[in-house]
Write a protein that binds this ligand. Structure first.
Ligand code: F6R
Length: 260
């Protein structure tokens, strides 16, 4: 895992956006896996700015989002589809037919989940998967105890995640308890993972993910087994990493051609 520690939240967000820009510029028909949540909002704003400056063309990009709430219609203000429309899709030129989400209103959930997996394969697989991390170490909504081989399926959120996601809903009792999420195995099949974590609240999960044992108790720890995984953190999220000096040394010694 390549661990990139940036002094500020803004610099961590910019580095993440630059890695995405490089991906799209080097492969204009990239298949991107996308995440929602508060962490990537500024990354999407940066991508929109790059697009407006003429640096990024999304016309051949395809996207698959990680997850969606069960029971919410697509146009619900707190659905993840609506989140993505607001922060990215309404502002760049991704063709609507290239945008994919789990359907929170699917009537036959197992069949729908299997179809989502098939759609990813048909698109050629995900080139780069953007991720965030939950305080308890989830990726997507693969909460602690998720199978490390899991595929897209329905999951029950933990009370902590419900609390963390309550903002849009106004109160935790309004947050759906279930989501459809890509599985840990689905995420591990992507060609590259890019996880952005910022702020003190993520420091423990980040340290356990990067330096702790691989365990279903902290699903993100499986990323230690991903062949191409970048972790971008600000100082606050890096605070509990034991080998942070080494990670900085690696970054400072990176050859120019590997920089974004
Ligand atoms: C969202 C997702 C989640 C979030 C995580 C962090 O699509 O898959 O894993 O990335 O819960 O959320 P924030 O960024 O709100 O702290």
């Amino acid at each position: 895992m390549e661990i990139i520690i940036k002094p500020t939240v803004a610099e961590a967000q910019q580095e993440t956006a630059k890695i995405l820009r490089r991906q799209i510029q080097s492969k204009p028909d990239s298949v991107l896996g996308l995440a929602t949540g508060s962490t990537p909002i500024a990354v999407y704003a940066e991508l929109v700015a790059m697009h407006q400056r003429g640096e990024l063309d999304f016309s051949r990009v395809a996207t698959f989002n990680l997850d969606e709430y069960v029971g919410l219609p697509a146009d619900h203000p707190c659905s993840y589809r609506e989140f993505m429309r607001e922060h990215l899709f309404s502002k760049v030129n991704i063709p609507p037919q290239n945008i994919h989400f789990p359907d929170g209103r699917a009537t036959d959930v197992p069949t729908h989940c299997a179809e989502y997996e098939t759609a990813i394969v048909r698109a050629g697989g995900i080139d780069l998967q953007l991720l965030g991390i939950g305080r308890e170490g989830h990726i997507g909504f693969n909460e602690p105890s998720s199978s490390l081989a899991s595929r897209t399926r329905i999951k029950t959120l933990t009370p902590q995640t419900i609390k963390d996601n309550a903002k849009c809903f106004g109160s935790p009792d309004k947050v759906p308890h279930h989501v459809i999420t890509m599985g840990v195995g689905t995420i591990m099949d992507t060609r590259q993972c890019l996880l952005l974590a910022t702020g003190e609240a993520k420091a423990e999960a980040v340290a356990r993910m990067a330096e702790g044992p691989i365990t279903a108790d902290l699903p993100a720890s499986i990323l230690q087994m991903h062949p191409v995984c970048k972790l971008v953190v600000d100082e606050a999220a890096a605070a509990q990493l034991k080998r942070s000096e080494y990670y900085r040394w690696v970054y400072d010694n990176k050859p120019d051609w590997q920089r974004v």
